[in-house]
Ligand binder design. Sequence first.
Ligand code: FES
Length: 100
Amino acid sequence: MKKSSTPYQAHLFVCTKSRGGERKSCGDGDNPALKDVLKDEVKKRGWKPVVRVSESSCLGVCDAGPNIMIYPQKIWFSEVTHADVPGILELVGSLVTEPA
Ligand code: FES
């Protein structure tokens, strides 16, 4: 095993798990599309080398979803919708300290 530190200043995990209506899940909300929007915005803003957006499966708090978590800052967004994208991006921008 090789141990190293993450190259990302902020890593967004966007839960897109869908349970097909069996019970509440993040994939029922805006998250699948939001992941693509966030990825595009990160690329457009030149943050890609230091900010990563990853699709995630269940993060364990489905009832609070759709959920997005940001590491290593331990920031958690719940009940996320498209209307929240500008605020999420503003926060992520405040976390980026190195130019791309
Ligand atoms: S389905 Fe997203 S946290 Fe469980």
